[in-house]
Design a protein around this ligand. Structure first.
Ligand code: FUL
Length: 494
């Protein structure tokens, strides 16, 4: 991973990408020359974006006055005393997230009702005025500590739409208020933040006026305060919305996007899901979805928690298509993740662990139709790198070769039904079309086909018993760079 980060940092150094990594490039003295590596293709991810790709699945937490009123969009005039969880335990949230295999938790520190889950010096509409522990506790503090203890990343959602604050709709004064809130949350008091989540909603405030948000200055402030955080919004700048709230990524998912065509609150467009093969910026899609029918907890949805089957389908349609999954798990009125939600997450984890426990391709022998030459090390771009378990090494072709095939010969025949392929995205996303063949009774049979790969592509297909599998790159925008190929047994339904 370290090497992958280094390549991304070096590539970034010479590109026009926004600098989200420290400007000091680590010394490469003593390291082999990278001269004969494929040149980066198109926009490439920053170190912060590569870390986001690695997080695969994150937990979203919607919590606040709505949890107690039954609303999804609080009106802003709610009495803060309504916020009165009886047994809030952020350590339990973090434990559930960790046990589910999530890598970070993103909390609604302020939703559209304007209520702050941290004691905000700028408003009385916050936990300090609430009915919870006489206003002495701080949800964000407790979650930050709990995430640190579980080694989870922490992300924040701070809604620009504020139905409580009288400055909302006034222009500059509200934008300054909002930035002052960003400083409180991101200024360091709560430690490092991995993701800033900006919602594009822009409704009316308490005066019936709408606000013109100053996103360029919000983004600049986030980058200044938390240089290793990624910013999510409908339009990035670092992570984009997938365009639906069902957790479903697009079959074709380009991380590159003509970012300047979009803005937070941008009209819904299929392009958000698909991206653009000739896009100008690296802005991968994040798929948000709630484990319950609403974003907030409502007691009448206890029996409507998504099943393990449904969650598994969402995982394949999001993580499996190279997107990130942001799965919302709203704490209940006790301030705990409900038993039903926790059980569904445990079920998902058990199923994914069982499915991906045994990779038949690991340490299999691999050959390629053509491989890029290297003066540094003859095996530098060898096909064997796709099964070496090292995400920083990869197989590549010469620059002029935009197709290719990897043949994986297993030590003994195996019954397979799932393939996972990862591109070496530090050098950009390249593959536009590929298919998978298995050798059955002496004949190659196509078992799966798809378009893009990106960070990862996981495909399920009808089970075949075989000892040879071929990954055929039919179309690539530049020399394909494949980091990993994994083969698994089909999932046996319990
Ligand atoms: C939306 C909001 O309006 C919803 O309440 C929720 O927070 C969702 C994740 O984003 O735009």
């Amino acid at each position: 991973m370290l090497a992958q980060l280094l390549v991304a940092m070096l590539a970034l150094h010479s590109s026009q990408e926004e600098k989200l990594v420290p400007s000091v490039v680590p010394s490469t003295q003593g390291a082999p020359s990278t001269d004969d590596a494929p040149p980066p293709f198109g926009p490439v991810p920053t170190a912060a974006q590569l870390a986001w790709h690695d997080r695969e699945m994150q937990m979203f937490i919607h919590f606040g006055p709505n949890t107690f009123t039954g609303l999804e969009w609080g009106e802003g005039g709610e009495n803060p005393k309504l916020f009165a969880p009886t047994a809030l335990d952020a350590k339990q949230w973090a434990r559930v997230a960790k046990e589910a295999g999530m890598e970070a938790i993103i909390l609604t520190t302020k939703h559209h009702d304007g209520f702050c889950l941290w004691p905000c010096a700028l408003t009385a509409h916050d936990v300090a005025s609430s009915g919870w522990a006489d206003g002495t506790r701080d949800v964000l503090r407790e979650l930050s500590d709990a995430c640190a203890a579980e080694q989870l990343g922490l992300g924040v959602y701070l809604s620009p739409w504020d139905r409580n604050n009288p400055k909302y709709g006034s222009g500059e004064a509200y934008n300054e208020y909002f930035k002052a809130q960003l400083r409180e949350v991101l200024g360091g008091a709560y430690g490092p933040i991995v993701e800033m989540w900006f919602d594009g909603a822009c409704g009316e405030g308490p005066n019936g006026k709408r606000q013109v948000y100053d996103f360029p200055s919000f983004n600049a402030l986030v980058h200044e305060l938390q240089p290793t955080a990624v910013i999510f919004s409908d339009a990035g700048p670092e992570v984009r919305w997938v365009g639906n709230e069902r957790g479903i990524g697009n079959e074709t998912h380009w991380c590159q996007l003509h970012r300047d065509k979009f803005f937070p609150g941008t009209p819904l467009s299929a392009e958000l899901g698909e991206g653009h093969r000739d896009g100008t910026h690296w802005v991968p899609a994040e798929c948000d979805v709630s484990i319950r029918p609403g974003w907030f907890y409502h007691p009448d949805t206890d029996a409507k928690v998504k099943s393990v089957d449904a969650l598994e389908e969402i995982w394949y349609a999001s993580v499996g298509r190279g997107c990130g999954l942001l799965l919302n798990v709203p704490p209940d009125r006790r301030g705990l993740i409900h038993e039903n939600d926790a059980a569904a997450l445990r079920g998902l984890k058990a199923r994914l662990d069982a499915t991906f426990a045994n990779d038949f391709a690991r340490a299999a022998s691999v050959s390629a139709a053509a491989t890029r030459a290297s003066k540094v090390d003859a095996s530098r771009f060898a096909a064997a790198h796709v099964v070496d378990g090292d995400a920083s090494t990869y197989w590549a072709t010469e620059d002029a070769v935009h197709t290719g095939a990897l043949t994986i010969t297993l030590a003994e025949p195996a019954t397979i039904g799932i393939v996972r392929v990862d591109e070496h995205i530090a050098l950009g996303q390249r593959v536009a079309k590929f298919h998978v063949d298995a050798l059955v009774d002496g004949t190659w049979k196509t078992v799966a086909q798809a378009t893009t790969i990106g960070a990862r592509r996981v495909l399920r297909f009808d089970a075949v018993t075989t000892s040879s599998v071929r990954i055929v790159i039919d179309e690539s925008l530049a020399a394909p760079c494949i980091a990993s190929v994994q083969l698994f047994a089909p999932r046996v339904k319990e």
